[in-house]
Design a protein around this ligand. Structure first.
Ligand code: H2U
Ligand code: ZN
Length: 343
């Protein structure tokens, strides 16, 4: 008889409308549990060479202020620019959609330093400092999202050299775009369809289901739940979902913002403990688009995509069948959740 723990199967992701192949039989062998002790990296609280530390000069020649809390600046090498002439490039037969299409895109890219301390990570920040980071994300979302030319604000963090972070100083980025980007646009479609059909948010219904089943929940507090989604692609991928269906970070009240700071600390601490390493990941919040329309269907959440698979040095690669067919995983989401819970 078919079982999720024994047989290869495909799982559906209702948020992105995609599939993942799961091969649980390949992990039947008991966990080998090699724990590597990676070189302990010690960093000074202030690094004179760091372009994000207070008082230092950045690559473009601007000097950072002697900031004491969070510090936000316009990215000196921004991928998006605010002043791009409107325009398009269209080639091919018209009538139906032409085959070649390009449209000018404008936007604003910022860097957010979480703390003046060069030697800390999100997991090491105290509650008040983490709360200040949440407030800064909220302010930035309001500032950028309130501009008529901006359609979406993406808050994210790339952590660790493995994920392409250029600097260990605790920092994230914000890219605000004129258009709604691909993944957000997909989630908009699925959430809108669910809301239209049920009057409830997709992630509200999903969260209720997961809290009832319990297998994939990693940690929780009164305001947020962190879980390994049923359809996770990355070995230790997680989703943080707000218990109340709010559309974005600015909509979180005082207590919920403290709750967000707390769940981020809980989750990143578990990640660091998993392989005894400062755990690399790309994480980011999916907030409602700020396109001037109400989005009652949108349910605030954060995705964590960590690349590590078996140890501090063994990472998962998305290659072969995964690039050409669809993503695949061996360790099941339930096993991953159990291991994160056990930390
Ligand atoms: P990442 O570590 O995620 O790459 O973020 C660092 C960002 O900081 C990166 O986008 C910017 C880079 O463009 N940056 C500056 O804006 N000024 C600098 O002096 C160096 C790096
Ligand atoms: Zn620094």
């Amino acid at each position: 008889m078919f079982s999720l723990t024994d047989h290869p199967h495909r799982r559906y992701n209702p948020l992105s409308d995609e599939w993942v192949l799961v091969s649980p039989h390949r992990t039947k062998r008991p966990w080998q549990g090699q724990v590597e002790t990676p070189a302990i990296e010690t960093r000074p609280p202030h690094d004179p060479q760091c372009y994000l530390c207070p008082g230092n000069e950045r690559v473009g020649g601007v000097r950072n202020p002697d900031y004491a809390g969070t510090f936000v600046f316009d990215n000196d090498f921004a991928a998006l620019l605010p002043d791009v002439p409107a325009g398009e490039y269209i080639a091919g037969r018209t009538g139906e959609q032409p085959l070649l299409r390009a449209y000018a895109e404008h936007g604003i890219c910022r860097v957010v330093c979480f703390s003046p301390r060069h030697d800390l990570t999100l997991a090491m920040l105290d509650a008040a400092t983490l709360r200040a980071v949440v407030d800064t994300w909220a302010e930035q979302t309001l500032d950028l999202g309130g501009r008529p030319e901006i359609g979406y604000v993406q808050v994210f963090e790339n952590r660790g050299a493995m994920m392409g972070a250029s600097n260990p100083h605790p920092h994230g980025q914000i890219w605000a775009t004129g258009s709604i980007p691909l993944h957000v646009s997909r989630e908009l479609g699925t959430q809108a369809a669910h809301f239209a059909a049920t009057g409830r948010t997709l992630l509200g219904d999903y969260l209720e289901l997961e809290l009832g089943l319990g297998q994939r929940v990693v940690c929780a507090n009164a305001h947020f739940v962190a879980l390994v989604p049923f359809w996770a692609v990355w070995p230790f991928e997680t989703l943080i979902i707000s218990r109340r269906a709010v559309p974005d970070i600015p909509a979180l009240d005082d207590a919920a913002r403290d709750g967000l700071a707390d769940i981020l600390k809980q989750l990143t601490t578990r990640y660091d403990a998993l392989f005894n390493v400062s755990f690399p990941y790309s994480m980011g919040f999916h907030q409602r688009p700020c396109d001037g329309v109400d989005h009652p269907e949108w349910h605030l959440h954060a995705h964590f995509y960590p690349p590590l698979l078996r140890s501090a040095t063994v990472r998962k690669f998305m290659v072969g069948f995964e690039l050409l067919g669809e993503p695949q995983r061996d360790i099941t989401p339930e096993q991953a959740a159990e291991r994160l819970r056990a930390q």
